[in-house]
Design a protein around this ligand. Structure first.
Ligand code: IPE
Ligand code: IPE
Ligand code: MG
Length: 248
């Protein structure tokens, strides 16, 4: 089985999982945290090097206040519990998104864990928090524009590489495989630039039901796909390496 170097997941369907059981949505989110823990463990065993989890979008701020507060509470307790586990497992925590919109106390714990796990090198767990791709691109364009206005960057130096380096994901290769749970077939403002050549996989399962077996099924399907990066199949057969995006 070919293991993706970078696996990105849109963890969707917590609310519907709960509603189907006539439970409050927050119980679905709580159950979803358990799935996060088991997926992290499985990815580590499989040898995935980067795991990006879409945990809270820019648009999710618009949900009812009690749900937003409950989600922030869950995030805080997850982070507090997670540090020792991350250290034990050699996992480095990273985060992308507009982190200064998070409650101060949570951003503080997050920054503390990011710093304390910075030397761990078995896997990167990258959380997309208060993340929206259009927001990320807007901030990147603003920072490049500022450098041009100050005279420290020339317009012709605004290359694909320079743009990639101005994004929150600068230190992380593009995803090889993107999985979305819950049957929705859309990107919902997730990694628009970075997913250019990623393989996409959709499963009907709600996130709380996303099991080890379903993860394996997704990676098995990924293994048999041919990534052509715009070339022909014949070209790929005659070449050892594939040029271009996503070949990490
Ligand atoms: C994903 O589950 C978690 C977040 C977006 C925070 P949802 O809360 O979107 O669950 P559904 O899509 O309403 O079922
Ligand atoms: C995407 O799920 C965001 C996360 C999983 C964090 P949403 O449930 O917010 O997306 P839409 O609204 O169905 O597109
Ligand atoms: Mg949803």
């Amino acid at each position: 089985m070919q293991i993706p170097t970078h696996l990105a997941i849109i963890m969707d369907g917590n609310g519907r999982w709960a509603e189907q059981r006539h439970l409050p949505r927050i119980l679905g989110h709580r159950k979803g945290v358990e799935t996060v823990q088991s997926v992290v463990d499985e990815c580590l065993k499989l040898g995935v090097r980067y795991l990006t989890l879409y945990a809270f979008s820019s648009e999710n701020w618009g949900r009812p206040q009690d749900e937003v507060e409950a989600l922030m509470g869950l995030l805080g307790s997850f982070l507090k519990k997670e540090l020792s586990q991350l250290q034990k497992q050699g996992i480095r925590l990273m985060a992308v998104g507009e982190l200064d919109r998070l409650p101060k106390s949570i951003n503080k714990i997050l920054q503390d864990i990011i710093q304390k796990t910075a030397d761990n090198d078995r896997m990167v767990l990258n959380l997309a928090l208060s993340y929206g791709s259009r927001n990320e691109l807007t901030r990147a364009i603003q920072s490049l524009g500022k450098e041009i206005a100050e005279g420290s960057l020339r317009v012709e130096d605004v290359t694909e590489e320079a743009i990639g380096n101005a994004l929150d994901t600068q230190a992380i290769p593009d995803p090889d495989l993107m999985i979305r749970t819950s049957g929705e077939m859309r990107i919902s403002n997730f990694l628009l630039w970075q997913l250019a050549y990623s393989e996409l996989y959709f499963t009907e399962a709600f996130w709380p039901d996303f099991s080890r077996e379903l993860l394996y099924k997704a990676i098995e399907e990924y293994s048999i796909r041919q990534r052509r990066f715009g070339l022909t199949a014949a070209q790929l057969r005659s070449e050892d390496s594939i040029p271009g995006e996503g070949n990490h």
